[in-house]
Write a protein that binds this ligand. Structure first.
Ligand code: ATP
Length: 355
């Protein structure tokens, strides 16, 4: 699986007896916005540090444009790493911070000036060029760190939790901004994040890691719609699960009722299995023909502005089902805690996993 800008081939990293990254293979394409995603401790930062050259793999290879760089030191790789803390020089102006890397490369001053001006414009920092970092907001500091990394025109920019230091609202704005910037500069970005929503919004493709192993690598849409296993299904977005055993028509729940769905290959009838359905695919008061329907009791209502999340206790599962509906639809039905309701969904919306 070679041919990308960056090919990661069977890379493993051991720290003593701990395997932080376990035989991971990925091919990252030219001009791709790629996200490495997973819970804390899954090995995503270790993998990023190996790509940057700060850690050597214990096994496997890292190829950049087809050449093995596994043992090439960081400063000799055309790869830049942007730290979460930004690591700006506090005594230098924005302009000097951005110019620093080019000065270290002893570029002619006219070239430095024009490249820094171009970067100031791209990151919308021209008006702030003479300020010091402590005179900037969090979002502005983040843009300076990006400009400083991008001005060197790396083949690949690695970003470790780039929006981690920003508040929720600003994060949302910067997700869009980062994607626009990547598009404009045409450089491959690899972003480490533990925030699944951030990966869904920004990434062209994403890799989900757990305990050092790669579980799935695909577009956000595929990962969300066709998760590789129950862990990915629960980690990306919200999923309702119902435990039982596999049968030809779906999953037989512990109360004996059938959750209709298509059994994937590799799960034999009789094997323990999990049926899963997204909250937005469930309807309250389903039409008569719904393949899956059950009645339950409204245990809680959570109003989120745009939507209302209804927690419905049913005999199908230990945990209440989460159902998402628009607040208007909920108003029109005047749903209250304690009500008995029907929920339903189509067989095509059931996902079935090994348990
Ligand atoms: P987080 O989101 O919390 O940063 P992560 O997915 O980035 O987590 P890593 O930082 O890559 O995870 O760590 C993976 C595992 O390797 C963890 O168990 C961690 O404790 C361990 N680890 C990381 N660096 C070292 C090191 N230098 N020495 C020993 N163990 C390490």
């Amino acid at each position: 699986m070679t041919g990308g800008v960056l090919d990661i081939e069977g890379v493993t990293k051991n720290f003593g007896r701990l395997t932080a990254v376990d035989d991971v293979s990925l091919s990252i394409r030219e001009n791709e916005f790629f996200a490495l995603l997973g819970p804390s401790g899954c090995g995503k930062t270790t993998l990023l540090r190996m790509l940057a050259g700060f850690e050597m793999p214990s096994g496997g290879k890292i190829l950049l444009d087809g050449a093995d760089v596994s043992r090439v030191p960081p400063n000799r790789r055309p790869v830049n790493l942007m730290f979460q803390s930004y690591a700006l020089f506090p005594h230098m102006s924005v302009r000097a911070n951005i110019a620093y890397g080019l000065e270290m490369e002893r570029r002619p001053s006219a070239e430095i000036r024009s490249r820094v001006d171009e970067m100031l414009a791209t990151t919308q920092l021209a008006a702030l060029a003479d300020r010091k970092p402590d005179q900037l907001s969090g979002g502005q500091k983040q843009r300076v760190a990006l400009a400083r990394a991008l001005v060197k025109r790396p083949r690949v920019l690695l970003l470790d939790e780039p929006l981690g230091a920003l508040d929720k609202k600003l994060r949302g704005e910067m997700q869009i901004e980062l994607k626009r910037l990547q598009d404009e500069v045409g450089i491959t970005f690899i972003v480490v994040t533990h925030d699944q929503e951030e990966a869904l919004v920004m990434a062209d493709r994403m890799a989900v890691l757990r305990d050092g192993r790669l579980l799935q690598c695909d577009t956000p849409h595929e990962v969300y719609e066709r998760p590789a296993d129950a862990f990915v299904a629960g980690f990306i977005g919200v999923m309702n699960f119902c435990a039982g055993s596999a049968v030809a028509e779906g999953v037989r729940a512990s109360d004996g009722s059938l959750v209709a769905g298509t059994l994937p290959q590799g799960i034999a009838a009789g094997a323990p299995a999990l049926a899963a359905v997204r909250p937005e695919r469930i309807v309250l008061f389903p039409a008569a023909g719904a393949a899956n329907r059950t009645s339950g009791t409204v245990e809680a209502l959570a109003y989120h502005g745009l939507d209302l999340q209804v927690h419905v206790r049913t005999p199908l599962a230990d945990k209440p089902f989460l159902v998402r509906m628009t607040a208007d639809a909920a108003d029109s039905r005047s749903i209250r805690t304690g009500d008995t309701v029907e929920i339903g969904w189509s067989a095509a919306d059931t996902r079935i996993f090994k348990s």
